[in-house]
Design a protein around this ligand. Structure first.
Ligand code: FES
Ligand code: MG
Length: 580
């Protein structure tokens, strides 16, 4: 018995023979669209984050073209539309500052238009969460297509990784081990093709998260941007979304609690970015799935990192694809009994396990065997204590083992300007055992929670050969970065968290194994300091108007995913009133 056909949203625009139907169709016809297109074909939005200011997504007009071919082949009616594009490399103060803005754009564009299903073209870091958040708040059938990573960077005869090379080479210049010319000549070699960062940075992590969540076709995460198979995947995704509309396969059927648990486990296995903690929380919030920081411990703990990619390891995304890509990793997890929900439904209508159970693996150096992991427990650590009552995170796969348990004296920077003014001062009272503390770089404080948590080490220590120190802040860190870095301290300093009152010379204790982050000052002393801290003193006149006002007044803390308080939740895709 066949199911009755799904009633299309777009019929509320194009499906009536009256004044309204006339208006909706007539203006569309100025694009040369014939009458039969409006007669019951699923209308598929291609939500495009193309922009020349988002270089990682600059090839998306071509990507959209292949999605369009697939939609047409499957009998759909493609309509491409632009949304705010968050480019990580250019946007100031941070691309995170406008992630929620982009999500609003996506949500309202989908709901307000004759769209039955949507293909989300995502790539650069914030574009993936922004589009998934916006689409989740509408809960329409949706499939994501990532732009794919850049080819391996090449510099002076060896492979270099996006971002990771910047951190490494810039420290080497400061330490005097390479020349400024050698550093600068890496610019063009690092980014030599279309695509997103080729390391397991945030873009690649979020592409893997999307695939693990089941909102993409298999292999979406790793196919290089310039590989013809990326365009085949775009074509197939365009075909598939038309059927997803016919099957009424909405995001809420994919983005279940089970899917998020699969993603958390996957993040550990790939050595993924700490930014995923914030983005998955924000996406879950939009679809009504409960997820909190402690789930990262409960679900992730004990999961080995199998993928040997920079910044945690040696290789790059191009190698990852040739080695088998994410399906090979998911298969390893499943065979070890460590894929929490193998039967989770995915966009192609099959279970995650069906998609990956026969996935081949071609290179045990890039995708390690279960018995020979890169890191025995690569799960993101959630830290708590009087310094971070609402939590902080640390990525052990990118940290130095011996520093994961450490007691040191704080060297405190009140904000990024203070850090920049003093870090290179030869008189700075700092040793390799000190803990660098940076304040006021959180969601509200920066604003936009800058990726500065992996602040560079004091040059005088670099010159002595020091390569890592414990660093603590309310900032984020680029997924391409590394170090023993405690991030996302919540509440942030600007919101009056205890981080705000850490003083020079305070002792701090970190124990990643037990999840402890402790400021070793007496409770009464800490309470006294907090009592004299005043939010008014921190006020910044720039917070008083414009989008920035909306942002600082409504952004949630890191443990809540940095969404705006009023955006949490799914508002559905009921057809709004007529415009005329
Ligand atoms: Fe766009 Fe890294 S800067 S993906
Ligand atoms: Mg990044």
């Amino acid at each position: 018995m066949s199911k009755p056909p799904v009633k299309l949203r777009s019929a509320a625009w194009f499906g009536t023979v009256d004044k309204n139907g006339f208006m909706y169709r007539s203006w569309m016809k100025n694009q040369g669209i014939p009458d039969h297109e409006f007669q019951g074909k699923p209308v598929i939005g291609i939500c495009n984050t193309w922009s020349e200011l988002t270089p990682c997504n600059a090839h998306f007009r071509k990507l959209a073209e292949h999605v369009r071919r697939g939609i047409i082949e499957a009998g759909g009616f493609p309509v491409e539309f632009p949304v705010f594009s968050n480019g990580e490399s250019n946007l100031r103060p941070t691309a995170m500052f406008t992630r929620n803005l982009a999500s609003i754009d996506v949500e309202e564009s989908i709901r307000g238009n004759p769209i039955d299903g949507v293909v989300l073209l995502v790539g650069c870091d914030k574009t993936t969460p922004a589009l998934l958040m916006g689409a989740a708040s509408c809960d329409v059938p949706a499939i994501a297509v990532s732009g794919g990573p850049m080819l391996n960077g090449k510099h002076m005869g060896r492979d270099i990784g996006s971002g990771t090379a910047v951190w490494q080479l810039s420290e080497q210049v400061k330490a005097g081990t390479i020349t400024l010319h050698e550093f600068m000549s890496a610019e063009a070699g690092m980014s030599r093709s279309a695509g997103t960062c080729n390391t397991m940075g945030t873009a690649s992590t979020m592409a893997c998260m999307a695939e693990a969540l089941g909102v993409t076709l298999p292999h979406n995460a790793a196919i290089p941007a310039v590989d013809a198979r990326r365009y085949v995947l775009a074509h197939m995704s365009g075909m598939r979304i038309v059927d997803m509309v016919r099957e009424d396969l909405k995001l809420s059927k994919l983005l279940t609690r089970q899917a998020f648990e699969n993603a958390i486990r996957t993040n550990a296995a790939i050595g993924g970015s700490t930014n995923a903690v914030i983005h998955l929380k924000a996406i879950a919030g939009r679809i009504g799935v409960a997820l909190d920081l402690d789930d990262w411990t409960a679900v992730g703990k004990g999961t080995p990192t199998l993928v040997d990619l920079m910044p945690s390891g040696r290789f790059l995304m191009e190698d990852f694809y040739y080695a088998g890509g994410l399906p090979a990793v998911l298969r390893r997890l499943g065979e070890a009994g460590r894929l929490p929900h193998p039967d989770a439904l995915t966009a192609n209508g099959k279970s995650l396990w069906d998609n990956v159970k026969d996935a081949p693996s071609y290179n045990p150096e890039v995708i390690r065997d279960w018995e020979r992991p890169l890191v025995a427990d690569g799960s993101i650590r959630i830290l708590r204590g009087n310094l971070a009552p609402r939590g902080a995170v640390l990525k052990p796969s990118a940290a130095t083992e011996r520093l994961l348990r450490h007691r040191g004296r704080a060297v405190v920077f009140e904000d990024l300007d203070d850090y920049k003014a003093r870090i290179a001062d030869p008189a700075l009272d700092v040793t390799a055992d000190s803990i660098l503390v940076l304040k006021n770089c959180g969601p509200r404080g920066y604003p936009g929670m800058a990726e500065v948590g992996n602040m560079g080490l004091p040059p005088k220590l670099l010159a002595q050969g020091v390569t890592d120190m414990v660093r603590i802040s309310d900032a984020r860190m680029s997924g391409t970065a590394y170090g023993t870095v405690v991030l996302h301290v919540a509440p942030e300093a600007r919101a009056g968290g205890p981080l705000a009152v850490v003083r020079e010379g305070d002792w701090i204790e970190l124990d990643a194994a037990t999840g402890r982050l402790h400021l070793d000052v007496a409770e009464s002393e800490l309470a006294g300091r907090l009592a004299t801290w005043s939010a008014a003193q921190q006020a910044d006149p720039a917070d008083g108007s414009g989008y920035r006002k909306l942002y600082v007044e409504h952004v949630l803390q890191a443990d809540q995913g940095c969404d705006f308080d009023f955006l949490v939740g799914s508002r559905g895709a009921a057809v709004p009133k007529h415009s005329h």
